[in-house]
Design a protein around this ligand. Structure first.
Ligand code: SAH
Length: 217
């Protein structure tokens, strides 16, 4: 079982995603486990503040240092996997990174979702193993990026996908030399005047394989 621990100020935003489809089934089959940690539960000041002003001034708030640190450290007690901070300034997430997590992250990941203007650099230096971005754009929080990583990793776990939809035939897989998948077609043979390539109807497996390899994008 692969264990995901999600550190977020907004667990209720994230939870519904696990109530349908592949993620739900993966939980039911005990292939993954998902836990939530809210830094708000780790505040020590009486106002339960989870943000604070930036040194050096400027717009926006920063995630409060102590609750983030205590919350991440608490999660680390229960998950020996890598601690990943989602941030636009991180390294670009990829299929090969996903594969590496399945192989080398001790059966788990702790995903830290940022908010506001991000997290104090010292908390990153003390607690975080990797900083990852899902692309060159800015969202309001790390919740969607964390779900992106969790879903990409979950698809790769044995037993999650049926044989037919195996991840081995996905874009960016090793089999496709990390390239994008060939075009796919279904019925009817002619749609709006456009035909399915003849070779795909030939039943000739070797030629079909060749066509598919030549049409990777
Ligand atoms: N001001 C910051 C962005 C803050 S966005 C900057 O310029 O870098 C608030 C939070 O959303 C971030 O801490 C991060 O956790 C998340 N986030 C936004 N865009 C993201 C992206 N492309 N990839 C990963 N996380 C992202």
């Amino acid at each position: 079982m692969f264990q995901f621990d999600i550190i977020t100020l907004f667990p209720e935003l994230v939870k519904p995603y696990f109530s349908e489809s592949i993620m739900k089934i993966a939980i039911e089959k005990k292939l993954i486990q998902v836990n939530f940690w809210n830094p708000r539960d780790y505040t020590k000041d009486k106002h339960k503040n989870v943000d604070d002003t930036p040194y050096g001034g400027g717009a926006g708030m920063i995630l409060a240092t102590q609750p983030m640190y205590d919350c991440i450290m608490a999660a680390k007690q229960q998950n020996k996997g890598k601690v990943v901070f989602m941030t636009p300034s991180g390294k670009k997430f990829s299929q090969s990174k996903s594969e590496a997590f399945v192989k080398n992250s001790k059966g788990g990941l702790i995903l830290v979702c940022g908010r506001y203007e991000g997290m104090d650099q010292r908390v990153i230096d003390l607690c975080v193993d990797e900083e990852l971005s899902i692309g060159e754009f800015v969202l309001s929080g790390g919740e969607l990026p964390a779900l992106v990583v969790i879903e990409a990793v979950t698809r790769l776990l044995p037993g999650v996908l049926g044989n037919q939809e195996s991840h081995e035939n996905d874009s960016f897989s090793k089999k496709f030399k990390r390239r994008k998948k060939y075009p796919v077609y279904t019925k009817p043979e002619i749609f709006m005047g456009l035909a399915v390539p003849d070779v795909l109807k030939s039943g000739h497996h070797k030629k079909i394989e060749e066509w598919r390899n030549q049409n990777l994008r």
